[in-house]
Design a protein around this ligand. Structure first.
Ligand code: GLC
Length: 430
């Protein structure tokens, strides 16, 4: 069984809990066409402020409903955008006026969220953007920044001092760590290695930032986007599923995939590319089968709600989790190769192996290497027995059916596929 080497942050709860909610919520919810709209449409700061900041009024915002939806889906932690690239802050920061209390919302939106999620038993994480399209000292670059297409870039940069911005960044992180008790800090993102105008550890003063973070909250879990090769606890593949357990320098690491329900992180009204509940449940299983976590994103609306599509997916996942979370929490990659169209997860403490069937096999499924190793097998959703047998002599002569080998165990499945989003067989190992 693979076990990542310990890092500075405390990931013990994280690798047990496996499933979290990402929340991207900011002024871009009003634009409702992707959280990068300011950059994509080259909207100057003042115009963006007039359009969105001045009209941001989430009157239906009730974080208890959000927290209930997340807990109902089986999520154990959440990570919210305290500030995204647009620079707008959800909490009552003393270091800027570009914050929720100064919009028509008229209040700190972060505190009630943290309280509501804590009350539902979820741990807190803060996504914080390194990039800032609003701060007047943030140096403009041709890649990611604001005004990137402006011919006046060089001139505008004459009055911009990145070190002053870094101070602001550190100051805000200090606020978040002293006013709240987050378990995760999720920075986004560095783009060094693009010549002089890229931004990485120097632009953010990453080393000093991490030092401060570790002083204030030694066990906090830090993600990997500060451009420091050795100072992170968790790797964060985004918008793709890794082929297997994520390895860095040949060693397995703690990892968490972050995925959207559609394609945008912020609320997107017109996007029709929503993933099905089945696909999302399979994604969660796929993560755990490779020793990783899933951080699944919702972009709430400008009124302050999860829209119907998001709620539908969360409820669907929750219905599956109610019967199957035993195959997720406390589970990791199994020490056996899974059969085709299946994913294993494995609970090393209870010695139970979970076979997730993404396609329903024809009567039998053959499990390589498991002959004689399993004490009992059942379908997880209803605890109904699944018959087991070894490979028969005539089958062994062909190398075992499905090429599973002579030591395969054959499970006899019901003819009709159970009506579960992903059916699971629970195997009690001897
Ligand atoms: C990206 C994007 C972004 C999103 C994030 C989530 O790097 O800039 O909008 O917040 O990924 O991982």
């Amino acid at each position: 069984m693979l076990t990542p080497a310990p890092t500075t942050g405390d990931t013990s709860w994280f690798v047990r809990d496996r499933f979290g909610l990402f929340i991207h919520w900011g002024l871009y919810a009003l634009g409702a066409r992707h959280e990068w709209l300011q950059h994509r449409e080259s909207i100057p700061s003042e115009a963006y402020r007039r359009t969105y900041f001045d009209h941001f009024d989430p009157d239906l915002y009730d974080p208890t409903l959000w927290a209930e939806a997340a807990a109902g889906a089986g999520m154990k932690y959440f990570v919210v955008t305290t500030k995204h690239h647009e620079g707008f802050c959800l909490w009552d920061s003393a270091l800027t006026d570009y914050k929720a209390p100064n919009t028509p919302a008229g209040r700190d939106l972060l505190r009630p969220m943290v309280d509501a999620f804590s009350a539902e038993g979820l741990r807190t994480g803060f996504y914080h953007s390194l990039i800032d399209w609003h701060h007047p000292q943030y140096r403009i670059d041709p890649f990611i920044g604001p005004y990137r297409e402006s011919p006046d870039r060089a001139k505008m940069n004459e009055t911009r001092d990145q070190a002053t911005y870094a101070e602001y960044l550190h100051g805000q992180v200090r606020e978040l760590l002293t006013q709240y008790e987050p378990d995760v800090l999720w920075f986004d993102f560095s783009f060094a290695g693009r010549g002089e105008e890229g931004k990485g550890r120097e632009a953010w003063k990453s080393e000093a930032l991490i030092q401060m973070i570790r002083e204030l909250r030694p066990g906090i879990i830090l993600n990997d986007r500060l451009d420091l090769p050795d100072a992170w606890d968790v790797k964060t593949p985004e918008q793709f599923q890794p082929r297997g357990w994520v390895h860095i320098d040949g060693k397995p690491v703690v990892w968490e995939a972050c995925q959207t329900l559609s394609g945008s992180w912020g609320y997107h009204r017109d996007e029709a590319t929503w993933r099905s509940t089945e696909n999302l449940v399979q994604t969660l299983i796929d993560c755990v089968s490779k020793g990783g976590n899933l951080l699944l994103n919702v972009g709430p609306t400008g009124r302050g709600e999860f829209d119907a599509r998001a709620l539908d997916r969360l409820q669907g996942i929750g219905a599956w989790m109610r019967r199957h979370s035993r195959s997720i929490y406390g589970c990791t990659q199994a020490p056996f190769p899974a059969p085709a169209d299946g994913r294993y997860t494995w609970n090393p403490e209870t010695k139970r192996l979970y076979l997730h069937l993404f396609a329903w096999p024809y009567k039998h499924v053959y499990l390589p290497g498991l002959a004689g190793q399993v004490e009992y097998a059942q379908l997880l959703h209803d605890a109904s027995e699944v018959a087991m047998k070894g490979i028969e002599a005539w089958q062994a002569g062909y190398g075992g059916p499905d090429g599973a080998g002579e030591n395969a165990l054959a499970l006899t499945l019901p003819q009709v596929r159970p009506d579960e989003v992903v059916p699971v067989v629970e195997l009690f190992l001897k």
